[in-house]
Design a binder for this molecule. Structure first.
Ligand SMILES: Cc1cc2nc3c(=O)[nH]c(=O)nc-3n(C[C@H](O)[C@H](O)[C@H](O)COP(=O)(O)O)c2cc1C
Length: 210
């Protein structure tokens, strides 16, 4: 089968792309909404884009041409928290995508406790095994639907005790969830470990590697 991309409408393209770019990790984002309410929503167009400083990116689409609450809140305050959920939180991750007015906190609706932010004013989810406190770095618009790629700089990593050893995350202990096409998710399957390959050390541009 061959499909000419220009013949697809936005819904058709979304269906194809979200089934092809799989599995996707989920950024479960808290932001500060009106009157300090904590907005919560999941976003799976999510990756990291830099090591030094650590930066990550999330693509946020629009609802009938209007920015989603998460995008509005990030633009207003300049900070947000990417929480990483695990399998035990999957029902809440999914339910937090339900559309509520900006003044309604999905964290409150779902009875998820929050903890104060430390490097930013946005609170994080107490139940999340990992939370990344971020400041907004840049926003890059893409395409014709008004989608925007929000890049954040990670200021503080919160990692639950026991999840990291020698600076590495224990993936099985994290028990992450990912999004595939439609309202479908996948959990971690069997791990496959290969011989580590020698890689040139990462360095900061203009400086010799340590
Ligand atoms: C698992 C999951 C992943 C999602 N990923 C994205 C995404 O990457 N980009 C996006 O714009 N919406 C995504 N959505 C939809 C938003 O979560 C949804 O529009 C939500 O209502 C936005 O909330 P807000 O208006 O409070 O920001 C996703 C939904 C689910 C359930």
């Amino acid at each position: 089968m061959r499909i000419a991309a220009p013949e697809l409408n936005p819904e058709q393209t979304y269906k194809l792309m979200s089934g092809i770019v799989v599995p996707r990790p989920i950024a479960w984002i808290t932001t500060l909404g009106p009157a300090g309410k904590v907005n919560l929503a999941p976003f799976s167009c999510f990756t990291f884009v830099s090591n030094t400083p650590p930066m990550l990116g999330i693509n946020i689409g629009r609802k009938a041409g209007r920015r989603k609450d998460t995008a509005n809140n990030i633009l207003e305050h300049g900070h947000f928290v990417v929480n990483i959920g695990n399998a035990s939180l999957l029902d809440a991750i999914h339910a937090s995508a339900e559309e509520h007015p900006p003044e309604v906190s999905e964290a409150e609706v779902l009875q998820l406790a929050v903890l104060p932010g430390e490097s930013v004013a946005t609170p994080r989810l107490a139940a999340a095994p990992v939370s990344l406190e971020c400041t907004l770095h840049s926003v890059i618009p893409f395409g014709e639907t008004g989608a925007e790629f929000f890049v954040g700089e990670v200021k503080l990593f919160h990692i639950r005790d026991g999840l990291a050893r020698d600076g590495k995350i224990d993936t099985l202990a994290l028990d992450p969830v990912c999004r595939i096409a439609g309202p479908n998710y996948a959990l971690l399957g069997p791990l496959v470990t290969k011989q580590a390959l020698r890689q040139t050390p990462k360095s900061v541009m203009g400086k010799d590697p340590a």
